[in-house]
Each structure stands twice: as structure tokens, then as C-alpha cells.
Design a protein around this ligand. Structure first.
Ligand code: TA6
Length: 295
């Protein structure tokens, strides 16, 4: 279903038979809603999010490309504040779409962007809602340069999960790993042996993580399971109270109900030669907490 969203921006709604749904804005190629069969929202979008270019939408799943974080380009790259198109005739994807609702989006170089990132590319993004409500994002990025030049990028699915109470949340699967601390100029540390809990600002890039990460929402007795492929790193972010107040498009108390866990490729950037393609996938599902513990 293709319709108009906030401020007349185009959006697509995917629905699944039991009532699960996902909403995607063409602006940013951004998933802004993912609901379970009880119509409960599973993604966080800030109460003060600005749905207006050139500001990126604060929440949901933000595509960070071709740069994660700060660097030569604007923070998190330009894909998050560009208008994507619906790709009606994509080349075959390896993912099985039987019984699944999905949409294919595409982003290519514009004349304007050629000035800031002089590379031709095709970025195909398939967003799939599975029969159980699982939400899968598959990105395929191809170098279509005709000048023989390679290009290099970093990437993240900047995923804002809705959590009932951040102080009751635990993340499993990242313990004992090395991470770069964004709050300390990306200095490298090693995580302690316990599941990760939250009592202050966190902004870490965990390196070479397992492909499965579990985010336990104790209050609601449910667990988000994030699976990833082609994306070795995982970013974990919560701005906490002070930084929340400093962000104009983020509610003062929003940080209590949000946790970013992001499949990413940051430490070792990806280089593509002309004609080469990269693939990166993130899959989210929700299970009752008791089912997941100990797995
Ligand atoms: O993913 C974590 C992070 O890079 C943090 O450093 C952080 O401030 C956040 O993303 C949001 O960035 P933004 O540019 O959207 O304000």
C-alpha cells in the first residue's frame, strides 16, 4: 500500500495476515514503524521527530551510508536524507519472498551528490515483513563507476528499538567483545563478561560480533532478536538525559524508551571495484523472553 505520510511524504505500508505491519518512508528509505499482531509499536520514533527534508527522521531504522558517524561527509552520510524510489524491476534477490510482504527501494547518485561523493552506485534496499512479523532489511550496493575507480564506505542500520524501561533492558551476545567507545574518541576497550545493562549514556561500536544479538525487555517479558549477515560490527547507543535534552528533535524523556542496536560495518570499511556488489542484511524478530533465555 502506497500512501501519503506526515507532511505529505510518500510512504509504503506492508501488512501481514495476523495484523503485523511495517511503514517505510521513501524519504531516507526509512522504516518508521513495525508493529506486532497486537498492533504494539516495536520501533522507537522520537515524539519530536521532524518529518521534513533535509533533517533525517529521528527514529525507526535509519540507513547510514556511505559513512557511519563523523567524517568527510555529513554525519551518517547522505542516504538518510535523500528521496529513494520504488524499484519495480529489481534484479533477482537471493531472499525467498513466498508469503512475505516486501518492497524494493533504490537510491542512485544524483548530480548534486556527485559533488560531495564522486561515485556512481546503485543501492537496492529490500524491506520484507515475514509471516510471523519478522522484519528483514537486505541492502545490495553496487559500484557502477565508469571511470574505473573503486569506492569505500561504512554502513549501519541505525535501529531504534522501543523499550518499556531502559533501566530494565539487557543485551546478550556482546559480552567479552572488544569495542570502540564513541564517547572516548573511539578508543578501544574490552567489554566485561556480563550481559550489558544501562544506567548512563552509551555509544559503543562492538567489533566482530556474533551474528545473533538478543535485547531483553524485562518489563514486557519480550526479547528482540537481531540477526545479521555481512555486517561484522554492532553499535549500541542511548544518549541518556543530558544529550537527550540537547537534541532538538528528541523528547527529554524519550531516552527511557529507546535503545539503538545497529548491525554495522564500521571498523573495516568496505571497498568495491567497478561492477562489484556488497550485501548486508539485518533481521529482527520478537519472542517471549522465557523462550529465548539460555539459547
Ligand atoms: O549510532 C550512534 C550515533 O552515531 C551516536 O554517536 C549519535 O549521536 C547518534 O548516532 C545519532 O546521530 P545523529 O547524527 O542522528 O544525531
Amino acid at each position: 500500500e502506497h500512501c501519503k505520510g506526515i507532511n505529505g511524504l510518500d510512504k509504503v505500508i506492508l501488512r501481514e495476515v495476523r495484523g503485523c505491519s511495517a511503514e517505510i518512508y521513501l524519504y531516507g528509505g526509512q522504516v518508521t514503524s513495525w508493529k506486532n499482531e497486537h498492533r504494539e509499536e516495536l520501533l522507537f520514533v522520537s515524539s519530536k521527530a521532524i518529518f521534513k527534508p533535509p533533517k533525517a527522521i529521528r527514529g525507526g531504522i535509519t540507513i547510514c551510508f556511505p559513512q557511519f558517524g563523523s567524517g568527510a561527509l555529513d554525519r551518517h552520510g547522505f542516504a538518510r536524507n535523500r528521496f529513494w524510489s520504488i524499484d519495480n524491476d529489481p534484479p533477482p534477490f537471493p531472499t525467498n519472498t513466498t508469503n512475505k510482504a516486501f518492497i524494493d527501494l533504490i537510491l542512485k547518485q544524483s548530480e548534486e551528490d556527485a559533488k560531495i561523493w564522486p561515485h556512481r552506485y546503485e543501492f537496492r534496499l529490500r524491506i520484507t515483513l515475514g509471516p510471523g512479523g519478522d522484519l528483514m532489511l537486505t541492502s545490495r550496493i553496487r559500484n557502477t563507476n565508469t571511470d574505473g575507480k573503486s569506492f569505500t564506505f561504512t554502513f549501519a542500520y541505525h535501529t531504534h528499538l522501543y523499550v518499556t524501561d531502559i533501566s530494565e533492558v539487557r543485551v546478550e551476545g556482546l559480552e567479552t567483545l572488544d569495542y570502540l567507545d564513541n564517547l572516548k574518541d573511539r578508543e578501544r576497550f574490552t567489554e566485561q563478561g556480563d550481559a550489558i545493562t544501562f544506567e548512563s549514556e552509551v555509544d559503543k561500536i562492538y567489533l566482530s560480533t556474533p551474528t545473533k544479538i538478543a535485547i531483553l525487555d524485562h518489563e514486557r517479558k519480550r526479547t528482540f532478536v537481531l540477526r545479521k549477515d555481512g555486517l561484522p560490527d554492532a553499535v549500541v547507543w542511548n544518549p541518556w538525559d543530558k544529550k537527550a535534552k540537547a537534541m532538538p528533535d528528541f523528547g527529554d524523556d524519550d531516552y527511557m524508551h529507546m535503545l539503538c542496536v545497529e548491525a554495522a560495518c564500521v571498523e573495516k570499511p568496505i571497498t568495491l571495484k567497478p561492477g562489484e556488489e556488497w550485501k548486508g542484511r539485518q533481521e529482527l524478530s520478537v519472542v517471549p523472553s522465557s523462550y529465548c533465555s539460555g539459547q
